[in-house]
Design a protein around this ligand. Sequence first.
Ligand SMILES: CC(=O)SCCNC(=O)CCNC(=O)[C@H](O)C(C)(C)COP(=O)(O)OP(=O)(O)OC[C@H]1O[C@@H](n2cnc3c(N)ncnc32)[C@H](O)[C@@H]1OP(=O)(O)O
Ligand SMILES: CC(=O)C(=O)O
Length: 536
Amino acid sequence: MGTPADEFHLFDTTLRDGAQREGISYSVTDKLAVARLLDELGVGFIEGGWPGAMPKDTEFFARARTELSLRHAQLVAFGSTRKAGVAVADDKQVRALLDAQTGTVCLVAKSDVRHVERALRTTREENLAMIADSVRFFVEQGRRVFLDCEHFFDGYRYDPGYGLSVVRTALDAGADVVVLCDTNGGGLPSSVYRTVSELRGKLGGEPRLGMHAQNDTACAVANTIAAVEAGAMHVQGTANGYGERPGNADIFAVIGNLTTKLGRQVLPDGCLETMVRVSHAIAEIANIAPDTHQAYVGASAFAHKAGLHASAIKVDPDLYNHVDPAIVGNDMRILVTEMAGRASVELKSRELGLDLTGHPEVLSSVTEQVKRREAEGWSYEAADASFELLVRGELDDAPVTAFTLESYRVIVEHREDGAVVSEATVKVRVRGERVIATGEGNGPVNALDAALRAALVRHYPHLSTVDLLDYKVRILEGSHGTGAVTRVLVDSGDERRSWTTVGVHENVVEASWRALVDALTYGVRAAAPQAAAAAR
Ligand SMILES: CC(=O)SCCNC(=O)CCNC(=O)[C@H](O)C(C)(C)COP(=O)(O)OP(=O)(O)OC[C@H]1O[C@@H](n2cnc3c(N)ncnc32)[C@H](O)[C@@H]1OP(=O)(O)O
Ligand SMILES: CC(=O)C(=O)O
């Protein structure tokens, strides 16, 4: 099946309204890249910007003509109706919109009489004439026209008759779809449903209505769904809900809900599972860290922490997932924390490739250790590699230590010239050999890492490809009469993968050392478990 754009419109405005979010500033190249991703997602329409208002947007449409080859989507240019008292053909913005050469344009019009009189400073009649003239002009130029009715819901509440006349005027002039905008984002699903239903009743027949929801009540997605349930056939949203103030309706949640809850196929076959990838890629281009808790596409959207959840998931994952995560390109994850039960440990271990069936004593012991250690400040939630080493240690299926420590020492020197350097010495036993090595670094952890690596690398050459990628320190308040402790998380990686380990101690260097030892031990194991086995 091709794109369902003709029966139901999925209209993305990431590049126009989404770019109105504080902190976002796309280059033209960024905009082209986002457009390609949205096309891969399979939306029917991509609103690319406002040509004539911003040079970048004008350039975007010019470059799009040669540089974009869209498979699913049609590009839409946005602009406003003609200015009050200006002939449509003479309006500079209107001309710029036409020059963008898109098959479809989206015009924004005032539909709240208070805005007409106070913001536009014109009459009700002139505003209707601006709408009719502008829509007709673009239709005569062979364009499909969508008309965004700014402040429709607030305006309709204040003066329903005027709101209705705006919609009628646009439809009569040839607009393909009239989009009802909750511009101030103050609506709730019940009132949106009521208003759209009432308007449809007044218009009669099957009016082609759309919904554009801002998220000021955190109801943008719900309001969009309510409009569809009341008969809207066109929905506007943005990737990850980016937009002015708290944002717009998150198009991924809108798609997820329409598809999996209302049974509407709004994307072409095979596109739904691109959601997570497209969401994260757009976040990367926007330079905004992905929201891990975002519905459907967040890394935590299907992450289960509670032991009771895990015990039911062990029987059937559907018991605690509202949909199968795989259909939107996501994964289920089990988190092992103080809230874990034996089922959590079993499922997490399975995720890591360790089958604990037939090892009830290991399940109990790991569960008990995790709870005890978390009470002391450890956290395995983000440290899968340390958790795996803990389980392996209990299973005793392979050595968890690639070496044994005799001692380490680290000094920090502040020199006369202001330079601060650290130097570490480690003494370890590797495969029966006593090795002493030193390392330097810009800090004690760096120096320890260099020294330990130098000591081990001859026996485990793979460690030369392992890098320390990130290092996070958190001071945890002491409780029940104990002093503060330090928790260190170390991210490491080789050319194939990355992993996280944890260390906890009252002393920050010792906490770091523990995380570092797990990091390199895991690195040795990941490269060649048999090499580690030989070290026993
Ligand atoms: C709800 C929304 O998000 S709609 C999209 C809003 N997006 C943007 O505003 C981003 C891009 N905007 C811009 O670059 C600029 O505001 C421009 C180029 C559009 C206009 O800039 P300026 O000409 O300097 O005007 P300014 O921004 O001060 O005021 C807007 C003008 O548009 C008029 N206007 C506002 N809405 C409409 C409308 N629907 N139809 C016709 N004219 C309108 C206003 O009355 C005002 O006219 P005036 O200059 O005669 O007073
Ligand atoms: C058109 C638009 O972005 C709004 O009314 O919010």
